[in-house]
Design a binder for this molecule. Structure first.
Ligand code: ADP
Ligand code: MG
Length: 359
């Protein structure tokens, strides 16, 4: 197990890349670090690999500090976002290079090169030099060079970020299968939330040098710790309504910006300010605008996704995304009603999730 303990990382005087970060990577897990550009993903990989040092804090492996060890003694293999290949060597020789350096025999090298080339979908270019490859092919060779040799941990920094959507989809499935087959410990970074959820045994969500939450995809989906995580996990993303909690003749209710009651409060939130109600599209039932007790709104846009459609409904200054069956027709401007299941409301105050006993 690799761990970052209270790691603070500054570049120069001004740039704080990581803030008191604590993170554990378990043996044999496929761990995905998700975050926008500049969040600190590459910095974390570089720290584990030993390519850069923490400003403060420690890095350990199975409980023993490795912060003082040089890169070659960290047991890490890394694939960079910006890759470099030997231009005078063929693809096969580029792939074989780390194995030769490790002293493997010829037949073993040959069979590994073949296996990796097939996983990466590049067996037909093994004899070419890098100058005769497309950008996507070069990226796959670079990735192959990182994963071809045995390592205690594989650090893959946006390794398929430059590939087109279809190839990316195929590659991520094969990478995951290969990692399982190799019993490998992998840290994989991405700026795609879909990719993170598809690949990660666990996912760490990084935002401006802070880990917002770490969990399995299901944990992140069911119990997001804050609105940043909530809006990242799920498709369509969670909608947020600004609400206030007030007592009514009928118990405590949540009211939107129009003063319309959206639902009963799922638990006691009287007196809380800066409240937001987070709704997944399946927590909302679309009904006729005249239905009593329904939250009234009007259709802004309908996005057609093929298998289903998403309607964006305006109500009380908020935009709410609702999934529709493919055969449900709605026109922009059309008035609609929404029934919201209070048990499926996620409540946030000051962007942090509130937890309470659902009544
Ligand atoms: P990510 O990989 O998530 O895009 P990085 O870890 O590369 O994020 O960068 C985190 C922050 O640190 C950014 O603000 C970036 O500009 C800064 N940074 C990264 N590397 C350096 C460096 N070598 N020198 C100065 N600032 C850096
Ligand atoms: Mg990066």
């Amino acid at each position: 197990m690799y761990a970052l303990i209270d790691v603070h990382k500054r570049y120069g005087l001004r740039t704080v890349a990581l803030r008191k970060l604590n993170l554990e990577i378990r043996h044999r897990e496929f761990f995905v670090l998700y975050g926008p550009a500049g969040a600190g993903k590459s910095t974390i990989l570089n720290l584990i690999a030993g390519l850069t040092k923490p400003t403060s804090g420690d890095i350990s492996r199975d409980g023993v500090s490795i912060a003082h060890l040089p890169p070659e003694r960290r047991g890490a293999a890394m694939a960079f976002e910006n890759y470099a290949l030997y231009s005078h060597l063929s693809v096969a020789e580029n792939l074989a290079f780390p194995l030769r350096a490790a002293g493997l025999d010829r037949s073993e090298i040959e069979s590994r090169v073949k296996r990796i080339a097939s996983v990466l979908g590049i067996p037909h270019v093994l004899d070419r030099r890098p100058g005769f490859l497309s950008g996507g092919q070069r990226q796959r060779v670079a990735l192959g060079r990182a994963i071809i040799r045995p390592a205690d941990i594989y650090l893959l920094d946006e390794p398929i970020g430059h590939l087109d959507a279809k190839l990316r989809h195929r590659m991520r499935a094969e990478l995951k299968a290969l990692a399982v087959e190799m019993n490998a410990t992998v840290v994989f970074t991405t700026t795609s939330s879909k990719e993170a959820l598809a690949l990660g045994d666990r996912v760490g969500i990084l935002n401006s040098g802070r880990l917002e939450q770490v969990g399995t995809p299901a944990e992140l989906y069911n119990s997001p710790a804050n609105t940043f995580v909530a809006s990242f996990v799920g498709d369509p993303p969670m909608s947020f309504l600004s609400v206030t909690a007030r007592r009514s003749s009928d118990g405590v209710k949540l009211y939107n910006g129009d003063g319309q009651a959206i639902a009963s409060a799922p638990f006691d939130v009287l007196g809380r300010t800066a409240l937001k109600a987070g709704l997944r599209s399946n927590a909302i039932q679309l009904v006729d605008a005249q239905t009593s007790g329904a939250l009234k709104g009007s259709v802004q846009v309908v996005e057609h996704l093929g298998h289903s459609n998403i309607a964006v409904i305006a109500a009380g200054g908020d935009s709410i995304q609702v999934s529709l069956p493919a055969d449900r027709r709605l026109k922009p401007g059309e008035p609609v009603g929404m029934i919201i299941d209070p048990r499926q409301i996620h409540l946030f105050a000051d962007e942090r999730a509130l937890v309470g006993e659902h009544v």
